[in-house]
Design a protein around this ligand. Structure first.
Ligand SMILES: O=C(CO)COP(=O)(O)O
Ligand SMILES: O=C[C@H](O)COP(=O)(O)O
Ligand SMILES: [Zn+2]
Ligand SMILES: [Zn+2]
Length: 309
């Protein structure tokens, strides 16, 4: 099966109230771990590449690795650009064979965000590629968002409806209190579900995207810290909140931090257990297995995307 767009995957996910996992990929072991989990669980998959990943691994290596994953797994896989910051990078990825791109012009004014997104949509659609955009600002690492600031930072539901109508975008990333990285909340985790429901009501049958959705699994955090790491007080989005979001139009859930923690925990543990080892395969294979197990857990227990092919 060749790469697919997320169009049909989202239609099915929306109708059945589950989400497709969108996992960030940076190297072969990460890709293999994720794809193997999806294969076991019979789950659709989005593999996403950030600008940082392109810089680290180089665009061609990532593309060829994903190509290998598609050929080897026979799964419906979407190759997606994560947080494309300009028309040019989106165009480059579209021309390179990506089936989905994100234009993140959320740091521009509302009007500029519309005009940049519209330009990407026009080009992408002419090539059969789908587009995700972003409206609102994800709180930064450790930002403490006060209730009074929410309206300025979080996605405004009326603007979301206007944005989708004016741009023709295929999906929209919204800000309701999640953030990137391992430090998502200072106190009690809290997402603005009323806002999410309002957005979903104004955008019926439209797929929403949740960024910053890692749950920061305690088992991996503890392993990191037990074997020489120093990641105190990290906190993710509780699993039940992600499950709840899938009930209100969230069809794509972005996960990167949990992959990083799983991989790092496994590598730390292995290096500690066998100080004489200097064969990278002996710590990268367990790291790949840790990713695989974590992604299976997400698919089955958090996203509900198992057996959806
Ligand atoms: O949103 C993400 C990638 O776009 C990743 O979010 P996390 O940092 O919560 O994994
Ligand atoms: O949203 C951000 C992703 O976690 C990618 O992070 P990165 O830019 O460090 O590759
Ligand atoms: Zn953004
Ligand atoms: Zn993101």
């Amino acid at each position: 099966m060749p790469l697919v767009t997320s169009k049909e995957l989202f239609t099915k996910a929306y109708a059945n109230k589950y989400a497709v996992g969108a996992f960030n990929v940076n190297n072969m072991e990460i890709i293999q771990g994720i794809v193997s989990a999806a294969k076991t669980e019979n789950a659709p998959l989005i593999l996403q590449v950030s600008a940082g990943a392109r810089k680290y691994a180089s665009p061609i290596y990532l593309r060829k690795l994903v190509e290998a994953a598609v050929e080897d797994s026979n799964l419906p896989i979407v190759l997606h650009l994560d947080h494309g910051e300009s028309f040019d990078i989106c165009k480059q990825c579209i021309d390179d064979g990506f089936t989905s791109v994100m234009i993140d012009a959320s740091h521009h004014s509302f009007e500029e965000n519309i005009s940049i997104t519209k330009k990407v949509v026009e080009y992408a659609h002419s090539k059969g590629v789908v587009v995700e955009a972003e409206l609102g600002r994800l709180a930064g690492v450790e930002d403490d968002v006060q209730v009074s600031e929410k309206d300025a930072i979080y996605t405004n539901p009326e603007q979301a409806a206007e944005f989708v109508q004016k741009t023709g975008v295929d999906s929209l990333a919204i800000a309701i209190g999640t953030s990137h990285g391992a430090y998502k909340f200072k106190g009690e985790p809290n997402l603005d579900f009323e806002r999410l429901q309002e957005i979903a009501k104004l955008l019926p049958n439209f797929p929403l995207v949740l960024h910053g959705a890692s749950t920061v699994l305690p088992e991996f955090l503890e392993l990191c810290n037990q074997y020489g790491g120093d990641i105190p007080g990290a906190q993710g989005v509780p699993e039940e909140m992600i499950r709840k979001a899938t009930q209100f139009g969230v069809c794509k859930v972005n996960i990167d931090t949990d992959l990083r923690l799983a991989m790092t925990a496994a590598v730390r543990k292995e290096l500690f257990a066998d100080p004489k080892n200097f064969d990278p395969r002996k710590y990268l294979a367990p790291a790949r297995t840790a990713i695989e197990e974590m992604v299976r857990h997400k698919i089955v227990n958090v996203l509900g995307s198992d057996n959806r092919i």
